[in-house]
Design a protein around this ligand. Structure first.
Ligand SMILES: [Ca+2]
Ligand SMILES: [Ca+2]
Ligand SMILES: [Ca+2]
Ligand SMILES: [Ca+2]
Length: 318
C-alpha cells in the first residue's frame, strides 16, 4: 500500500469533517417560503363592499413615490375629482385583495408598505393595521401621498386572508369645495406591497407497506398498516419524535403494559440510509375509505413538522 502524502491526508480529514457537518445539519432543512402581493389589477374596488370590480392602473403623478413591483391603481385611469368628491361613500372606497397561504403554513410573518393619494385606512382579516390621513374627502391635505408607511403584520393566517383598504381623494381646499381640480392636478391613487414569509412542513418520502405496490389496505379496523419514513442525506430519521407520527390522524399502534410504540429503525429500501418503520393502528376505517392517497405527519425532536404522502388502495372489509 502506498503511503498517503501528508497533504492528501489533510484533504481527506477536511472532506470527512465537511461531510460530517453536512450530515449533521441536513436533518432540519429549512422549508421557508415567501410570497409577495402587490397592488395591481387583481385588486378589486367597491363603493359598497358588496359589488366589486377590478381596479385599473391609473395615471401616475411624477411626484408620487414608487414601491418596487407595485402599480399605482384606482377605480379609473384618469381621476374625475368632482365625481370622486360627490360619489365617494363615507369612509372611502373599498379596495380589497384576497390571497391564500398554505393550510399548513406556520411561523407566518409579513410587512406591508402602502400609501395613497390622498388618504387610506387598512385592515387585515378584519383587524385594523394602520392609516395615514383622515379618510374624509375634505382632507386636509398634508402630503400624505408622499410618504410610504410600513407595517409589521401580526394577523396573517393559513388559508384565506383579506387585505381591505379604505381610500379617498381630497378636494384641494375645503374653503373652495367646488374647486375640484383636474385629473393631473388632483389625482387619486393607491399603491401597496405585502411581503409574507412562512414555514411549511418538511416534505419527506414515505412508503406505505414497504416493498409492496399497490399498497392494498384492508379497512377492517383490526390490523396495523406498516409505513416506512425514508431517510436520506438530508433527512435523519433518528431525529423523529416517534410519538408524534400519525397517518391521516391514525396513531402508531401501542403494545404491552408500558404502551410501547410499534416502531423500529431499519433500512427497508437498502439505500444505505436508515428508515423508520411504524405500525399504524387501523382504529377507524372511515378515515381512509374512499381515499387514493394517505398523508403521514409528524414532528422532529426539535418541533419541526414534516409530512409525506403515498398512494393507497382500500380493499373493502369482507
Ligand atoms: Ca402616506
Ligand atoms: Ca388627490
Ligand atoms: Ca408500498
Ligand atoms: Ca433507506
Amino acid at each position: 500500500m502506498r503511503r498517503m502524502g501528508g497533504w492528501k491526508l489533510s484533504l481527506l480529514l477536511v472532506l470527512t469533517l465537511l461531510f460530517t457537518l453536512a450530515a449533521g445539519t441536513g436533518l432540519s432543512l429549512a422549508a421557508t417560503e415567501t410570497m409577495s402581493i402587490v397592488s395591481d389589477t387583481n385588486t378589486q374596488w367597491s363603493a359598497d363592499n358588496v359589488n366589486y370590480a377590478n381596479a385599473v392602473a391609473c395615471w401616475v403623478h411624477p411626484s408620487w413615490p414608487q414601491i418596487p413591483g407595485a402599480t399605482w391603481i384606482w377605480r379609473t385611469q384618469n381621476t374625475n375629482p368632482e365625481e370622486e368628491y360627490t360619489a365617494v361613500p363615507d369612509g372611502g372606497w373599498y379596495f380589497k385583495r384576497e390571497f391564500s397561504l398554505p393550510a399548513d403554513a406556520y411561523n407566518i410573518s409579513g410587512t406591508l408598505k402602502i400609501t395613497a393619494d390622498n388618504a387610506y385606512a387598512v385592515s387585515l382579516n378584519g383587524s385594523s393595521v394602520g392609516s395615514d390621513g383622515p379618510v374624509d374627502k375634505n382632507g386636509p391635505d398634508a402630503l400624505q401621498w408622499s410618504t410610504v408607511e410600513e407595517y409589521t403584520l401580526s394577523g396573517l393566517k393559513p388559508g384565506n386572508n383579506v387585505l381591505l383598504i379604505r381610500a379617498i381623494n381630497f378636494i384641494p381646499n375645503p374653503a373652495e369645495p367646488t374647486n375640484y381640480g383636474t385629473f393631473d392636478s388632483n389625482p387619486a391613487g393607491l399603491i401597496f406591497r405585502l411581503d409574507v414569509t412562512y414555514d411549511v412542513p418538511l416534505h419527506v418520502c414515505i412508503d406505505i407497506k414497504p416493498g409492496s405496490c399497490p399498497n392494498s389496505i384492508n379497512a377492517n379496523e383490526r390490523g396495523a398498516i406498516p409505513v416506512a419514513i425514508l431517510g436520506s442525506d438530508t433527512f435523519d430519521v433518528s431525529q423523529i419524535d416517534v410519538a408524534s407520527v400519525a397517518l391521516e390522524g391514525l396513531k402508531i399502534k401501542v403494545v404491552g403494559k408500558a404502551n410501547k410504540l410499534l416502531a423500529h429503525f431499519e433500512d427497508v429500501n437498502g439505500d444505505g440510509y436508515m428508515d423508520l418503520v411504524v405500525q399504524i393502528a387501523d382504529t377507524d376505517s372511515s378515515v381512509l375509505t374512499g381515499s387514493t392517497t394517505a398523508t403521514l405527519t409528524g414532528k422532529l425532536l426539535d418541533g419541526t413538522p414534516f409530512k409525506g404522502t403515498d398512494s393507497i388502495n382500500i380493499v373493502p372489509a369482507a
